[in-house]
Design a protein around this ligand. Structure first.
Ligand SMILES: CCCCCCCCCCCCC/C=C/C(=O)SCCNC(=O)CCNC(=O)[C@H](O)C(C)(C)COP(=O)(O)OP(=O)(O)OC[C@H]1O[C@@H](n2cnc3c(N)ncnc32)[C@H](O)[C@@H]1OP(=O)(O)O
Length: 728
């Protein structure tokens, strides 16, 4: 039964019961409509309470049912809302857990709202590429005013109950049972006038210059959400609440949603939504997986190394209220780390405070303890080593801690690409060793690559994936190979960016094209931010640059393949990026963030091309995008072929959450599917034939196979992998 109804004296309680989140599927809508009509006609009923089963009011329309053809369902949610609002008997929403999207729109059509203190409300439709099109953009501004409503709708912000009360979204916040409180309130208001409780009948109040306000909002949104259409549609819809009568405003919502659907962005964002949820559902070829392996509960942890990554990880653990011992090797580094963690925690507490939430670390370090003594970590459940990327150092630490720690403790290494098996091999419990690749800043970035080695046990995976979720991360299980998934795909992309400079581009041409595509940052800005020396050191270790390059090696060639030495040359000149005040760009000061194109680089590139007799040509944005992205996508196919990622969806989750890929384009593999695999294949093939010294351009077997079998939908790519080797 999707919707149940019971009576408590004169109050009829209608409960949505559609696990897991009481989403408004077509069936729920039909049942809700029917029960509501019956209750409103029942002479023994004098008031109605609307609630959700299992402590959740409703997470909105059922996204699983969204198809471009299902626009009619909107009408059905608004049909319910219209019925509720115009009901002569008072209707009270009892909000527990979540009232999101269509769920909040439902509650807004009720005459009163009571929320549990831990509930959250919001209109997050924009995050899945649409707008609140069941009256949300018309009712919310009438209730809380335009600026507050616009902020909530355009950012899709989850608002805690206490803030919702301050804003006027809910009428009561209770610490006890919200349904009981709603029934109580419903009884009290029986027979009282409801006219000023029907939001659709109220005027939108404002004392601001509306034209200027919406113009500014649009300008800001175009910058902040560059390329995304839904925020702009949200603004237009809220503007309609001021300019049009309520029912025309509803019509505008429908028009806007229909137009969004034609952009393809809602489809991409809804794909991204479900891919993220599926990433947690890992399964090994053995059949062991998320649904049959129980994680160990992690209560105590230690973090070794308090550099940038370690500090972020300690902050993350502390935020999740997990006890953490932070370990450094000398007093100076320990104190520096401690100071940095305190500052990060203060910022986090401030953020929570603004949201009306308290934190265990508001006045200090919460569950963190700092020490120089390895002995203190002996009883922890899990250790995360976060020292810098050096195999020798990591192995030394793992050897040492595996002797100290209790036998069932888990040993995690935060590495962006080192071999997990090699690290595990020096311990007395390789089955408990796993990679946790955090992204910087680790207390902010949502992505976590969980890297399984060949010895790693299912329980270690389950525990680490579960810890990731507790930390609020999107954890994706990947296999062990140099650079894992995200960075392995990034390598040919960055290489290609270098070749583009040789062929005639300036750094800003490449960055502009990719930022215009929707990336948060182009490759050269990204390198300047991360520090060019990081890649330089790694290339030196690999013998690609520096003293270990055999004499006589051509400057632009390594092992017979094309090589671009420009980044190495900049590093030799100390141009390490932002921290040096110069890199691919120049900055206003050391550590400055405002990049300006550097005439020096232009000169340098010209001289470089002359020295190497490279004939440059004009390269347009389309070519830049294709050259950079197609090799990245090709590497994604190779990763699938090698079994390093289990699905294209996992790759997309990694790119959407860790690499600034525009979510409204779904992710690189989704983008390949929507662009057309044949186009990607043919472009790569043509480019590879023209540049046989760039192996990353050679179309992978899987890509070729998928084109050959007629481009099956992305969901079916996995079956084409057949018996290919699976490293997961
Ligand atoms: C494709 C073309 C586009 C066509 C567009 C046409 C649109 C026409 C209809 C227009 C209607 C307009 C009006 C209403 C719109 C809406 O309401 S849209 C939905 C708005 N709501 C949301 O965006 C909420 C999304 N959910 C969440 O934020 C979180 O899930 C949560 C509710 C906060 C719970 O989080 P957590 O506890 O971390 O659990 P999760 O793992 O995230 O989710 C648990 C399972 O629930 C599934 N789920 C969540 N929300 C929905 C939903 N709205 N519909 C369907 N399913 C939902 C989620 O997938 C998980 O499922 P499993 O993985 O199977 O466990």
């Amino acid at each position: 039964m999707e919707v149940t109804r019971y009576q408590s004296h004169a109050v009829s309680v209608i409960e949505i019961n559609h696990p897991p989140v009481n989403a408004l599927s077509s069936l729920v809508c039909q049942a809700l409509f029917k029960e509501f009509v019956e209750a409103s006609k029942d002479p023994s009923v004098e008031a109605i309470v609307l609630c959700g089963a299992n402590g959740k009011f409703c997470a909105g329309a059922d996204i699983r049912e969204f198809k471009s053809t299902s626009l009619m369902k909107t009408i059905s949610i608004e049909d319910i809302n219209g019925n509720i609002e115009s009901c002569k008997k008072p209707v009270v929403a009892a909000i527990e857990g979540v009232a999101l999207g269509g769920g909040l729109e439902l509650a807004l059509s009720c005459h009163y709202r009571v929320a549990h203190i831990k509930a959250i409300v919001g209109l997050p439709e924009v995050l899945i590429g649409i707008l609140p099109a069941a009256g949300g953009t018309q009712r919310l501004p009438r209730l809380i005013g335009i600026p507050a409503a616009l902020d909530m709708i355009v950012r899709g912000r989850h608002v805690p109950a206490t803030e919702a009360f301050q804003l006027g979204i809910v009428d009561q916040v209770v610490q006890t049972n919200a349904i009981d409180a709603a029934v109580h309130l419903a009884r009290e208001i029986i027979g009282k006038p409801l006219d000023n409780r029907r939001l659709s009948t109220l005027p939108v109040q404002y004392n601001i210059n509306i034209e200027d306000f919406f113009d500014n909002a649009l300008k800001k949104a175009k910058i902040q959400f560059f390329g995304a259409q839904a925020p702009l549609a949200c603004i237009e819809a809220v503007k309609a609440s001021v300019e049009l009568p309520f029912y025309q405003g509803l019509k505008k919502e429908q028009e806007l949603i229909a137009s969004l659907v034609t952009t393809g962005q809602p489809q991409a964002q809804q794909y991204a939504f479900f891919s993220e949820r599926n990433a947690g559902k890992w399964t090994l070829p053995s059949g062991e997986g998320w649904d049959n392996v129980s994680p160990k509960i992690i209560k105590t942890t230690a973090v070794i190394g308090l550099g940038t990554m370690g500090r972020g990880i300690v902050t993350s653990l502390s935020k999740a209220n997990i006890s953490v011992i932070a370990l450094e090797q000398d007093e100076k580094q320990l104190n520096q780390g401690k100071k940095a963690v305190i500052s990060l925690l203060e910022k986090e507490a401030e953020k929570l405070n603004k949201q009306g939430k308290s934190s265990s670390f508001a006045n200090g370090l919460g569950p963190v303890h700092f020490t120089l003594d390895f002995g203190e970590i002996r009883n922890v459940d899990l250790v995360i080593e976060a020292v810098y990327e050096n195999m020798g150092l990591k192995k030394k630490i793992f050897q040492k801690i595996s002797k100290i720690l209790k036998p069932d403790a888990f040993l995690c290494t935060n590495t962006s690409g080192l071999d997990i098996d090699e690290i595990a091999s020096v311990t007395n419990r390789p089955q408990n060793v796993i990679g946790m690749h955090f992204f910087s800043p680790a207390n902010i970035m949502r992505l976590l690559e969980v890297v399984r080695g060949c010895y790693t046990s299912p329980i270690t995976i389950a525990t680490t994936m579960s810890l990731g979720k507790t930390l609020g991360k999107v954890a994706v299980l990947v296999g062990n190979c140099p650079l894992f998934v995200g960075n392995r795909m990034l390598l040919p992309y960055v290489e290609q960016a270098g070749y583009l400079l040789e062929d005639g581009c300036n750094p800003e041409d490449v960055d502009n094209a990719l930022e215009h595509f929707g990336f948060a940052m182009g490759p050269f800005c990204m390198m300047d931010l991360a520090g060019l020396d990081v890649g330089w050191r790694s290339r030196m270790e690999k013998g690609l640059t520096g003293d270990r390059v055999p004499t006589g090696t051509p400057a632009r060639q390594r092992q017979g393949n094309r090589y671009c030495p420009i980044a190495d040359m900049l590093c030799e000149l100390g141009r390490f990026g932002q921290k040096a005040g110069m890199g691919w760009y120049k900055y206003e000061k050391l550590g400055g963030r405002k990049a300006s194109p550097d005439p020096w680089i232009r000169d340098f590139l010209e001289k470089y091309r002359n020295t190497h007799q490279i004939k440059s040509h004009v390269i347009n944005s389309e070519e830049i995008i294709q050259r950079c992205l197609y090799v990245l996508i090709n590497a994604g196919f190779k990763i699938l072929e090698d079994g390093i990622a289990t699905s294209p969806e996992d790759i997309d989750v990694i790119y959407n959450n860790g690499y600034g890929w525009p979510k409204y384009r779904g992710g690189p593999m989704y983008y390949a599917a929507t662009t057309g695999l044949a186009k990607v294949y043919e472009t790569l093939d043509r480019n590879y034939k023209a540049n046989p010294d760039i192996p990353s351009m050679k179309p992978t077997f899987l890509l070729r196979k998928l084109v050959a079998v007629g481009e099956p939908p992305l969901k079916e790519w996995k079956t084409q992998l057949g018996n290919l080797n699976n490293k997961l």
